[in-house]
Design a protein around this ligand. Structure first.
Ligand code: FAD
Ligand code: FES
Ligand code: FES
Length: 484
C-alpha cells in the first residue's frame, strides 16, 4: 500500500499498475485533465506538477515544494508526499496569484502549455524570496511555449514571483499539511501492485539490499527520468521495480575533511549546493543539466546507473578521482568510478548490487579543475561532448593530469594518451598541442544527430585549448556558454 496527499485529500493506493505515471493517474484515474501531455519524454513541461515533501529537523519541519514532470514520475514515488496539480491552485473562487499574473500579462496563448508554466511559476514562488529574472528564466527553462510567447510569461513571473509575493492557501494550511504528512510518513516497506507487476518502496538501505537480493530481476527506480522513458517512449512494461527515493541514508550529503559522501538517491538539485561550493564548474554544469524539473527528480546515482556515454556527471566525477560504494546484501565495495564503466551500457555492477553512495574528494587548491559541456542549446539539452580536466601544475610543470570525456566513446572515459603527453611536461603551447594530437589515439568517436565524429574530436581538442587559455588568463570566463 502507498499513501500520499492529493493536495489535502488522503489517497491510499495498492492495486495500481506500478508503470502508471502520475500524469496518467491524474487524467485517467482522477479525471483531472488540467495537467497536459505534450511529449511524455520530459522535454516540454506541459505535465509539470508540484510535489511537497517534509524537510528539516524533527519539530521544525517545513514543506519543500518542487516542480516535476508528471509524465516521468511513477505513482509509487509519491509515497508519503503531497501532490499538487493545477486544479488545486484556484481557491474559494479566486485564481492563484501566479494564474492571475498569467491572465494579467496575457501569458496564455494556446492554453495547452499554460498549466505547466503555471505550476513552474507556483514552485518558483514557493521556493524563492523575490527571485531575479535569471532565476525565473531558469525555473521556466523546462517549459516550452511553441508560439514563442515567452515575454508575457516572464512578465507574469515578474509580477507574481519577483515582486512581493501574496500569501496563499498553501501558506495558511502549512501547519495542517505538515501534521498530515507526518501522520502518513511511511514506517514500513510500501508496495504498489497489479497482478504480477509490483513496485516496492523500502525506507532503509538494509531493506533495499534485502529486497534487491530477493528480486535480482527488479529495476531500480530513482528519479525515473531515464527509466520511465522505457514505458512512455518504448512502450515496455517494467514488471518489478524497487523505488530507492525513500531510502533516507541514500539521500544524504555528508562532508568530511577530505571528501563529500553523496547518497546515490540525492537529487541533482540537492547535489548542486555541495558540489558548486567545492567546484564552481560542477555547479555551472548542473545549471545546464536538463531542466529544473528533471534536476528536481533525477539523481546522481541514476546518472551513473544508466551508464550512458553522454551522461554529464560521470566525466566530471572521473576527472576528480571520485569513487562509488557498491552494495550487495551486507557487503560493500569501493570502486574508482572510472573502473565502473566497462563497455556500452556494461558496468562492473553485479546482480543485486546497487550504488549506495558517491565519494567525491574535496577541492585541492594545488589542482585546477574545469568542466565544459558542448550542446546545441544552452538549456535542457544533452551533451555532444562533455569534458573535464583536473591538473596539478607545480612551478610550471605538470605533475599529474586527469582528463575525462563524455560523448567520445561508448563509455565516459579518461584520455590516457592525452594525459601521458601532459604529465612531466612544462605547461606550454608545445605540450598542449602534443596532448591535443595524442587525443586522436584515445578516441574514435561516433557520428550521430548531435555531432559528427570530426566535430567531436575537434571540440575535445579545442576544450583542452580553452582550458589552457583559462588557466593562463583566469579572468576569462567562457566555459559556461560553450555550446555549438
Ligand atoms: C528531458 C531530459 C533531459 C535530460 N538531460 C540530461 C542532461 O542534460 N545530462 C544528463 O547527463 N542526463 C540528462 N538526462 C538523463 C537523466 O535525467 C539523468 O541521467 C538522470 O541523472 C537520471 O537519474 P534518475 O534518478 O532519474 O534515474 P532513473 O531513471 O531512476 O534510473 C536510471 C538508471 O539507473 C539505475 N539506477 C538508479 N539508481 C541506481 C542505484 N542507486 N544503483 C544502481 N543503479 C541505479 C536505474 O535502474 C536505471 O537503469 C535527461 C533526461 C531527460 C528526460
Ligand atoms: S509531457 Fe512533456 S515534459 Fe511531460
Ligand atoms: S502559449 Fe502555449 S505554446 Fe505558447
Amino acid at each position: 500500500m502507498i499513501q500520499f496527499l492529493l493536495n489535502q485529500q488522503l489517497r491510499t493506493e495498492h492495486a495500481l499498475d506500478p508503470n502508471l505515471t502520475v500524469l496518467e493517474y491524474l487524467r485517467e484515474h482522477l479525471s483531472k485533465p488540467g495537467t497536459k501531455e505534450g511529449c511524455a519524454s520530459g522535454d516540454c513541461g506541459a505535465c509539470t506538477v508540484v510535489v511537497g515533501e517534509l524537510h528539516g529537523e524533527e519539530g521544525q519541519e517545513r514543506i519543500r515544494y518542487r516542480s516535476l514532470n508528471s509524465c516521468l514520475t511513477f505513482v509509487s514515488s509519491l509515497h508519503g508526499k503531497q501532490l499538487i496539480s493545477v486544479e488545486d491552485l484556484k481557491h474559494q473562487g479566486r485564481l492563484h496569484s501566479v494564474q492571475q499574473a498569467m491572465v494579467d500579462c496575457h501569458g496564455s496563448q494556446c492554453g495547452f502549455c499554460t498549466p505547466g508554466f503555471v505550476m513552474s511559476l507556483f514552485a518558483l514562488q514557493k521556493n524563492s524570496d523575490a527571485p531575479d529574472l535569471h532565476q525565473a528564466q531558469e525555473a521556466l527553462a523546462g517549459n516550452l511555449c511553441r508560439c514563442t510567447g515567452y515575454r508575457p510569461i516572464l512578465a507574469a513571473a515578474e509580477q507574481s514571483c519577483c515582486a512581493t509575493r501574496q500569501p496563499d492557501q498553501f501558506d495558511s494550511l502549512e501547519p495542517q499539511t505538515i501534521a498530515r504528512l507526518k501522520a502518513i510518513a511511511p514506517t514500513a516497506i510500501g508496495e504498489l501492485n497489479s497482478g504480477e507487476k509490483r513496485c516496492l518502496v523500502p525506507l532503509t538501505v538494509a531493506d533495499l539490499a534485502d529486497l534487491y537480493s530477493a528480486h535480482p530481476e527488479a529495476r531500480l527506480l530513482a528519479g525515473g527520468t531515464d527509466l520511465a522513458l522505457e514505458v512512455t517512449q518504448f512502450h515496455r512494461t517494467l514488471p518489478v521495480m524497487i523505488y530507492v527515493g525513500n531510502v533516507a541514508e541514500m539521500k544524504r550529503i555528508e562532508t568530511f575533511d577530505d571528501r563529500l559522501e553523496i547518497g546515490a538517491a540525492t537529487s541533482l538539485t540537492d547535489c548542486y549546493a555541495a558540489l558548486a561550493a567545492e567546484y564552481p564548474d560542477f555547479g555551472a554544469l548542473l545549471h545546464r543539466f536538463a531542466s529544473l524539473q528533471i534536476r528536481n527528480q533525477g539523481t546522481l546515482g541514476g546518472n551513473i546507473g544508466n551508464a550512458s556515454p553522454i551522461g554529464d556527471s560521470p566525466p566530471l566525477l572521473i576527472a576528480l578521482g571520485a569513487k562509488i560504494v557498491l552494495r550487495k546484501g551486507q557487503t560493500t565495495r569501493t570502486l574508482l568510478l572510472q573502473d565502473y564503466f566497462i563497455d556500452y551500457r556494461i558496468t562492473a555492477r553485479e546482480e543485486s548490487e546497487f550504488i549506495e553512495k558517491i565519494i567525491v574528494p574535496r577541492a585541492d587548491p594545488a589542482r585546477s579543475f574545469r568542466a565544459y559541456k558542448v550542446s546545441k542549446r544552452l538549456d535542457d539539452d544533452i551533451s555532444a561532448v562533455c569534458a573535464a580536466f583536473d591538473l596539478h601544475i607545480d612551478n610550471g610543470v605538470i605533475k599529474d593530469a586527469r582528463a575525462a570525456f563524455g560523448g567520445m566513446a561508448a563509455i565516459p572515459k579518461r584520455a590516457k594518451a592525452c594525459e601521458a603527453a601532459l604529465v612531466g611536461q612544462p605547461w606550454n603551447h608545445a605540450t598542449l598541442e602534443a596532448a591535443c594530437a595524442a587525443m586522436a589515439d584515445d578516441f574514435t568517436p561516433l557520428s550521430d544527430f548531435r555531432a559528427s565524429k570530426e566535430y567531436r574530436l575537434l571540440s575535445a581538442q579545442n576544450l583542452l585549448r580553452k582550458y589552457f587559455i583559462e588557466l593562463q588568463t583566469p579572468h576569462i570566463e567562457t566555459r559556461v556558454t560553450a555550446y555549438v
